[in-house]
Design a protein around this ligand. Sequence first.
Ligand SMILES: [Fe+2]
Ligand SMILES: [Fe+2]
Length: 184
Amino acid sequence: MTKAQALHDLSSIYASRATGLYGLTLINQLAHAVQSGHHARAQGLPSSLVVAALLHDIGHMVHDLGEHPANFGMDDQHEEIGARWLKSYFGPNVTEPIRLHVPAKRYLCTVETDYFDKLSKDSVESLALQGGPMSEREVLNFQKAIHWQDAVALRRIDELAKDPKGPMPKFEEFSDDILSCILA
Ligand SMILES: [Fe+2]
Ligand SMILES: [Fe+2]
């Protein structure tokens, strides 16, 4: 597969499958994705994290569990599905922050006393299904993961990127970042 083909595959998914809300209440998945990419770039983060931010919820789009599995009390494990799915395109500097973005939410709820209060409604609803705040032992294990700090940065961006009036760049504006990170 060429890099151009890989970019085309990813763009096609967002063009065709990112109109769903998947638990988000105010903006669709495409807007959430590009707004996440925007914030990563605005924070001066490297291309790998810009791409991770852009694609962090792709797991919601490549499973067949419907848009609101949480309504049925089901955690769709989109972070694991997405990271696994992206492994044929990217290295761990992109896939690991994605795989860990849900544990990063559980981590922040434990280590920052006011983090839970700042969560959006959809994040609160999914948190319980995802295991709730981490125990102290889970916190220590989480901090052993190589990309745990990148995952925390991504998780903060995730929560920022749900603003219907926020910036909405086009998906294509991230093509150079994606191409620079796709494995040869
Ligand atoms: Fe997510
Ligand atoms: Fe997200």
